[in-house]
Design a protein around this ligand. Structure first.
Ligand code: NAP
Length: 282
């Protein structure tokens, strides 16, 4: 029997998860197939109950990460605290939800910079959905200090309040993108979580004078953005968003299979898919 897995979202056509997950199944000799499942929000009530007999598990992306929760029987502790789910396992009709985005960024930081989150100081550029999932997870892990810069300051304040609900001893500060009220040199790791840089010709999301040589800089965007290039020119260690994408998928794969994921096979396939996309083949 072929186990079926997939990505539910709206839209999902751009996703790089199928080659990555399918490479993992192939390398581990598991008869399984991962596909894209485009589900409009108004179709969730019909589609999700049908998944009980059709899918062994799935990932969930925008705009369903919160809405999916009402269909689930159980949430993992992290997903419960975050109020967001990107991975579901179907345990004989019992749906359990997880959130693996924060883990993805944690592992990417560990692999790229050999740095831990616990006790560390992290500055987030952006306060959207992805920044929130990672910042709240890092609050759970015991970060010492979190800074949030966001164009819409009200959203940075909302995220600050949510972080402090989870971890009352963490130091949290916020500002707009100018960072004029924050001493950014206090931070060791900077995480670029805005969508600025996705399009060719995009500027950097912040003035580069707030970036210091000792900063370890990671951009959630899957390519070498202008921001990463300029941080590198300043002497910073840098990483793009591929590591986060890889490790959130690795964790999902391990939740579904109960086995250790063949990380290198998944990474090679992901990099291959990215190269093909850059060359305009896919
Ligand atoms: P989102 O919820 O729409 O949030 C977008 C963020 O970008 C907000 O903070 C927004 O600020 C900011 N922003 C947008 N345009 C801006 C501009 N012109 N100047 C300054 N700030 C601007 O999106 P998301 O889901 O958090 O995703 C954010 C980025 O992370 C995307 O590029 C996405 O591709 C990437 N991502 C990567 C991974 C991975 O695995 N590597 C996973 C998830 C997301 P306002 O609040 O002021 O609008």
């Amino acid at each position: 029997m072929t186990y079926r897995y997939g990505l539910i979202g709206w839209p999902v056509a751009h996703s790089l998860s199928p080659p990555m997950q399918n490479a993992g199944f192939k390398a581990a000799g598991i008869d399984a197939e991962y596909s894209l499942v485009e589900v409009a929000p108004e179709m969730m009530d019909k589609v999700i109950p049908e998944m009980k007999t059709k899918f062994a598990g799935w990932n969930c992306t925008i705009p369903h990460k919160q809405h999916i929760i009402k269909f689930l029987d159980e949430l993992d502790e992290t997903a419960k605290i975050l109020g967001s789910v990107n991975t579901v396992v179907n345990l004989n009709g019992h749906f359990k939800g997880f959130s693996t985005d924060g883990y993805g960024m944690e592992m990417s930081i560990k692999e790229s910079f050999n740095a831990n989150i616990k006790g560390n100081s992290l500055l987030f550029l952006g306060a959207g959905g992805a920044a929130k999932a990672v910042a709240l997870y890092f609050a759970i892990l015991g970060a010492k200090r979190i800074g949030i810069l966001n164009r819409t300051v009200e959203k940075a304040i909302e995220l600050k309040n949510e972080i402090q609900k989870i971890n009352s001893i963490i130091e949290v500060e916020y500002d707009d993108m100018s960072a004029k009220n924050i001493d950014t040199s206090k931070y060791e790791i900077l995480i670029q979580c805005t969508s600025v840089g996705l399009k060719a010709g995009d500027p950097t999301p912040v003035e580069m004078n707030i970036i210091h040589k000792h900063h370890k800089v990671v951009d959630m965007i899957y390519k070498r953005t202008e921001f990463l290039k300029m941080a590198e020119a300043k002497g910073c260690q840098t990483a793009d968003g591929v590591g986060m994408l890889l490790f959130q998928g690795v964790r999902a794969w391990e939740i579904w299979t109960g086995k250790k994921a063949p990380v290198e096979a998944m990474r090679a396939s992901l990099n291959d898919a990215l190269r093909q996309r850059e060359m305009g083949i896919k």
